[in-house]
Design a protein around this ligand. Structure first.
Ligand code: TYM
Length: 332
């Protein structure tokens, strides 16, 4: 089977709808046809300020949400990044072939460093995409399903793989990003031209997977629309309604035109009520399953440990080959 790699940061207590629709839904389907690896990237999360005890909680909660959304730890390798030390080790090697300017061109770094200010911008934030490249390259990955915002990082990963292979001999598979066009970006419900994000300033426009279903329903009912009153997809002129249509379609597996037809001649109130039901029906059971898993953290931890062992085996093989190729003295 070809191999797949993807991951998410444990940067909040709950994942948001963009993570669910833009990533998890694809992952769940793709795990049938790929040898899939899904990590909770806790080392990446350290690039933001974190309370240590909270980070541990978020890491477990993120893993529980993967499983609750249908990622099966007996089939897919679902693990915590820091449990496999090879990630940090390969990052160092890759950082020695990454250009300073090349890393500086990453738009996510530019955005975040601008937001944080010079004092808060760390070397870790700068190196973030190199760690992501290490994640992917350790596993000889064929495809990387991500949302649009991560595409540039996967392109960098490809460049680094090719550069290493040319300079030192072939050690890495060159991965391909896979971006589901129509769900590549889910937008904030209150600010439908900004992507929905765990780190949004206000959470009024963010749908959380683990929120109380009635709170999510309320957020849908309050979503920003426009004054035209017709349920019609038009990204440019009707960003709010278009975003709601995309969410509706993604969660039901229906086509947008069919949903437009269903709500033709009806107001936004009806449409939002319909979507609120869809959201509650979809997120409610996921939430129940996640909370049940979190009730028994010891069992969850055992599953994560077993999966980390499986991941380590493959990662260590790649790392040993890389160390050999760059000329590090083998330990005997
Ligand atoms: P992260 O944690 O920000 O997001 C996880 C996944 O969710 C997608 N996503 C969205 N998709 C659509 N609409 C949105 N509003 C939205 N918000 C988030 C992201 O594109 C991503 O696929 N650097 C990565 C994590 C990472 C990784 C990796 C991914 C680390 N190593 C290796 C793939 C392979 C990140 O911060 O994702």
């Amino acid at each position: 089977k070809p191999r797949l790699y993807s991951g998410m940061q444990p940067s909040a207590d709950s994942l948001q709808a963009g993570n669910y629709i833009g990533a998890l839904l694809q992952w769940r389907t793709l795990q049938d046809t790929y040898d899939a690896f899904f990590s909770v990237v806790d080392l990446h999360a350290l690039t933001q300020p974190n309370d240590p005890a909270e980070l541990r909680v978020k890491t477990r909660r993120t893993a529980a949400q993967y499983i609750a959304a249908g990622i099966e730890p007996s089939r897919s390798t679902l693990y915590v990044q820091s449990h496999v030390p090879a990630h940090a080790e390969l990052t160092w090697i890759l950082s020695t072939i990454t250009g300073f300017g090349e890393a500086g061109r990453m738009t996510q770094f530019k955005d975040k460093s601008q937001r944080y200010g010079a004092d808060q911008t760390t070397v870790g934030l700068f190196t973030y995409p190199v760690l992501m490249a290490a994640d992917i390259l350790l596993y000889q990955t064929d495809i990387v399903p991500v949302g649009e915002d991560q595409k540039q990082h996967v392109e960098l990963t490809r460049d680094l793989a090719e550069r290493f292979n040319t300079r030192y001999g072939r050690a890495f598979e060159v991965p391909t990003p896979v971006i589901q066009k129509d769900t590549a970006r889910i937008y904030d419900l209150q600010n439908p031209t900004a992507k929905m994000s765990k780190s949004a300033e206000s959470d009024a426009g963010v749908l959380w997977l683990l929120d109380d279903p009635s709170a999510s329903a309320k957020k849908v009912m309050r979503a920003v629309t426009d004054s035209e009153g017709s349920v019609r997809y038009d990204r440019e002129n009707k960003p709010g309604v278009s975003n709601l249509l995309v969410i509706y379609a993604a969660l039901t597996g229906r086509q947008i035109p069919a949903i437009e037809d269903e709500y033709a001649g009806r107001g936004y109130g009806d449409f939002k009520k319909g979507l609120a039901e869809v959201v509650v029906d979809e997120f409610g059971p996921v939430r129940e399953r996640a909370l049940a898993l979190l009730d028994d953290p010891a069992e969850l931890d055992r599953a994560l440990a077993a999966n980390a062992a499986r991941a380590s085996e493959i990662a260590e093989r790649t790392l040993a080959d890389v160390y050999e190729k760059v000329g590090l003295l083998r330990r005997v």
